[in-house]
Design a protein around this ligand. Structure first.
Ligand SMILES: Cc1cc2nc3c(=O)[nH]c(=O)nc-3n(C[C@H](O)[C@H](O)[C@H](O)COP(=O)(O)OP(=O)(O)OC[C@H]3O[C@@H](n4cnc5c(N)ncnc54)[C@H](O)[C@@H]3O)c2cc1C
Length: 397
């Protein structure tokens, strides 16, 4: 069920000579796409208690700590430059306390940090349940997804993974468990909802679940100008989940959307995947950089036209902008969702209208939200043992 191409690659590259040596921890892209450069050791955690004890020993040795899920992270951003212990969550993957009473509109389930969407989707489907539209694709962990503000593409439905989180247990900077419950008037919750792993290791997550459902998937192809001049919001907002792919060389877009009724179980259709005889691009050794932009949907036509103009300028210099199915320009949409560091937050001091949704994604951060996040960060992790380069750029230390 889990494509082997998504397995995390760890390379034990020797970085320095002498007494100390450091490992490189790679993203799932493998060697050449490092997540962390200065890793003293990788601990394959076996339980939440085991993770707590590693954190406590890291405090003694004054080492930094970062959790690691499935490595689907952007490269070079997981750690800081200082020596770091990686705690791998893949084997902390319990699913328990399932509750969805007959006829109830929703229920809940608890997952450990390392549980993947594939694992949970199968577990729930076997019990007549699903996580609804917070199901993202790919073989990524719940801990990693919630930490980084992962999402599906939707304007109509709540699609942030965190939107389905009812509570979580976080291992703080002292190695103790802190319980955080969904509560939009609590800064602890608003920080934990998208924490970038800076508050600590998300150890357990209580998720909202629903009775299982079926959805259909549909795909349309459009000439580029129909999108650039079209009602982009209107093409996305009616559907439970929808996105656009751009083929700049062919000057085409395709629109894909999913909704009711009905032809495949929610989890099969929404996870998507490859036909049986196909491989993912990384199995062919294809590598590329990722550029992500976030802007309000109200600016969609203007931004895409500007991008077309830039592609055309490149063409004049003989550089052709193209894309493939798995490496192409994937245009995603995010329903507004309030927290401090999330990509889909709103009421920001930049004054722009994020309320109709966001085209994903880089951060558009508000100084007030950053300050409130920092206060929670200092409470959870006073010594900054979960530091990473993003936290440093955001001046959290
Ligand atoms: C090319 C590309 C496309 C992507 N497309 C999408 C997309 O379509 N939708 C989407 O939602 N996301 C997307 N992502 C982002 C991806 O969902 C996140 O990076 C997610 O965090 C990966 O989860 P993982 O389990 O692989 O975590 P990892 O890559 O292992 O870790 C990611 C980060 O989270 C931290 N972390 C991991 N586990 C925990 C934990 N238990 N507690 C605290 N911190 C933790 C790590 O230290 C690291 O900083 C994309 C990423 C890339 C590179």
């Amino acid at each position: 069920m889990i494509p082997t191409g998504l397995a995390v690659g760890l390379s034990s590259l020797l970085l320095c000579s002498g007494t100390a040596s450091a490992l490189v921890w790679n993203t799932f892209d493998g060697p050449g796409s490092p997540a962390c450069h200065n890793v003293s050791r990788v601990h394959n955690a076996t339980s939440v208690e085991d993770m707590q004890s590693v954190v406590k020993s890291a405090i003694q040795s004054k080492s930094l700590v970062r959790a690691a899920g499935k490595g689907h992270m952007w490269y070079d951003t997981q750690c800081s430059d200082d020596s770091t212990i990686i705690i791998r969550t893949a084997n902390v993957a319990g699913i328990y306390d399932f509750s969805l009473p007959e006829g109830a509109p929703h229920g809940s389930v608890l997952v450990d940090a390392g549980v993947t969407f594939f694992q949970l989707a199968e577990y729930l489907h076997d019990r007549g349940a699903s996580v609804g539209y917070t199901l993202t694709n790919w073989n990524i962990s719940f801990g990693g997804s919630v930490a980084m503000g992962a999402h599906r593409s939707s304007i109509r439905e709540d699609s942030m993974v965190a939107a389905g989180v009812l509570a979580m247990d976080i291992i703080d900077g002292k190695g103790e468990i802190r319980k955080v419950k969904r509560n939009e008037s609590d800064d602890d919750w608003l920080a934990a909802s998208t924490s970038l792993g800076l508050l600590g290791i998300i150890a357990r997550i209580k998720l909202k679940i629903y009775p299982d459902s079926k959805v259909y998937a549909k795909q349309n192809t459009f000439d580029e100008k129909e999108i650039l001049e079209g009602d982009i919001y209107g093409m996305i907002a009616p559907y439970a989940t929808a996105n656009l792919w751009w083929w700049p060389y062919k000057r085409k877009f395709h629109q894909r959307y999913y909704d009711w009724p009905v032809y495949g179980w929610n989890y099969d259709v929404l996870i998507g995947g490859l036909y049986p005889d196909q491989k993912a691009q990384w199995d062919y050794g294809l590598r590329a950089y990722t550029l992500e932009l976030a802007f309000p949907v109200t600016m969609a036509n203007a931004v895409l036209k500007r991008a077309r103009g830039l592609f055309d300028e490149e063409l004049k210099r003989g550089i052709i902008m193209t894309s493939t199915y798995r490496s192409g320009i994937n245009i995603k949409f995010g329903r507004h969702y309030f927290d401090f560091l999330g990509q889909q937050t709103y009421n920001t001091s930049d004054g722009v209208d994020w309320s109709k949704g966001t085209i994903m994604s880089k951060k558009h951060l508000d100084p007030n939200y950053l300050a409130r996040f920092k206060a929670v960060r200092q409470k959870f992790d006073p010594n900054g043992i979960y530091r990473n380069v993003i936290g440093e750029i955001l001046e959290m230390y």
